[in-house]
Design a protein around this ligand. Structure first.
Ligand SMILES: Cc1ncc(COP(=O)(O)O)c(C=O)c1O
Length: 418
């Protein structure tokens, strides 16, 4: 059969990826968790401490979230049953959307099956060449940070814009964005600027105040102004004294804020919050919201419960513990001769190793010692900048962090890294 030739091509491509050492499909399987204060993952029968989870506040094991999920599932069922506009909208979905909007000080919000799906649909809906019936003209310039997440890149790709209508500004450089806004004055009706809040490879954050200043200075240069979209999946429920992420740290606001419920919130799904008119428009146009199931009612209830925990004194304490853990890890690693790939105040700390083979060996060695960490290798990072991405959790105790540093130092010494 001729199609066998296509399957052979697929096989060759998988072999190419494997030979390059960048396969992702051999991940370790977690079969259970221990019942510790900071639960360890059971992998191949062993209890392993996770230092690579996005569950920054430890909420996925929180009894309040588990109970909320259990109770909602028990009466509403395990799945949504249909897409939102058919019969898949539950009161808990709307409650969660209202809570998210209130949390972020916005008029309304929408929940999606994931933040990836949120980015695809929100970005596409706002930049696409409109259909013949639409009252919105095309003529949009998109400008993105060069290290934006894959879901943003794909959202822009879906828009199918001409190359001069999709530009990339230098990572974290508001001045680079400004040069592009100046150079394109009058050439487009509107501009959409898109950036990650916290960048997940290095834990750095975009200075939204600097970006906002540039945008406000040039808004009048375009007939329909400049819109700022921020994806703060790693910022919200991870940093800022009250967990409001990059907006809180930089004291600046996005026009449209996108987040995930699957990291710091300890649940699953994605969301967007904005003013009412934007949300009304997105409910009519976002394809992954209209034509794809939302999260299950149990997951929505868990996410709503997570917001209550974060807003409580317990939540503030968790955020503060997390910051203490970040400070402790940084000072202990520095004392032991480690360097960082970038300055970060975030629970993501990128420990610079440099050599690809040694970085991989270090991650393996740490697994043998009972710790799971992630090695990030070339070509994901530039050659010679291979790193171990350490992610901290609010429920790691001081002893957990010190034990981790001790193990990493011993493993790095064995491999002649420090
Ligand atoms: C910046 C950013 N945006 C979006 C996503 C996607 O989040 P989700 O898992 O909810 O689709 C991620 C997750 O890796 C992310 O880091």
């Amino acid at each position: 059969m001729a199609k066998q030739a296509f399957f052979n091509s697929l096989k060759d491509e998988v072999a190419r990826i494997d030979a390059a050492g960048v396969s992702k499909r051999f991940e370790r399987l977690i079969s259970d968790f221990t019942t510790d204060h900071n639960p360890k993952a059971i992998i191949d029968g062993r209890a392993i401490s996770l230092f690579n989870s996005n569950d920054y506040l430890g909420l996925r094991h929180h009894p309040t979230l588990k109970q909320a999920e259990h109770e909602a599932g028990a009466c509403l069922g395990t799945g949504p049953g249909a897409v939102r506009f058919i019969s898949g909208s539950f009161a808990i979905h709307r409650e969660l959307e209202r809570k998210l909007a209130t949390f972020h000080g916005r008029e309304d919000g929408m929940v999606f099956s994931s933040a990836f799906a949120t980015n695809l649909a929100v970005i596409f809906s706002l930049i696409k060449g409109q259909s013949k019936d639409s009252l919105i003209s095309s003529d949009t310039l998109v400008i993105s940070d060069e290290l934006n997440h894959r879901s943003i890149i794909d959202g822009v790709r879906l828009g199918n814009l001409e190359s001069e209508a999709k530009l990339i500004f230098k990572h974290l450089q508001a001045s680079s964005l400004e040069e592009m806004l100046v150079a394109n004055k009058g050439k487009f009706k509107r501009v959409v600027v898109i950036t990650d809040g916290v960048f997940s490879m290095l834990g750095e954050y975009q200075d939204l105040a600097a970006i906002r200043q540039v945008i406000d200075a040039h808004d009048g240069d375009y007939a329909e102004g400049i819109l700022l979209i921020v994806d703060d999946c790693h910022g919200v429920a991870a940093c800022g004294a009250t967990g409001r992420g990059t907006e809180e740290i930089t004291n600046a606001r996005a026009d449209i804020l996108i987040g995930t419920l699957g990291k710091g919130f300890g649940a699953d799904g994605g969301y967007v919050v904005a003013d009412q008119v934007t949300i009304d428009y997105l409910r009519e146009s976002a394809a992954t919201y209209i034509y794809s199931n939302s999260i299950s009612p149990g997951t929505a209830a868990a996410a709503a419960a997570a917001l209550d925990v974060i807003e409580s004194s317990e939540g503030k304490q968790l955020l503060s513990n997390l910051q203490d853990n970040v400070a402790l890890l940084k000072s202990e690693l520095s004392k032991n001769g480690f360097a960082f790939a970038a300055p970060s105040e975030h629970p993501i700390q990128a420990v610079l190793i440099g050599d690809t083979v040694k970085t991989k060996e270090l991650a393996k060695n740490m697994f043998e010692r009972g710790f799971l960490i992630t090695n990030i290798n070339y070509p994901v990072v530039p050659k010679g900048r291979d790193e171990i991405r350490v992610q901290l959790c609010a429920t790691h105790t001081r002893e957990d962090v010190l034990a981790f540093v001790q193990a990493l130092t011993a493993a790095a010494k064995e491999l002649q890294i420090v």
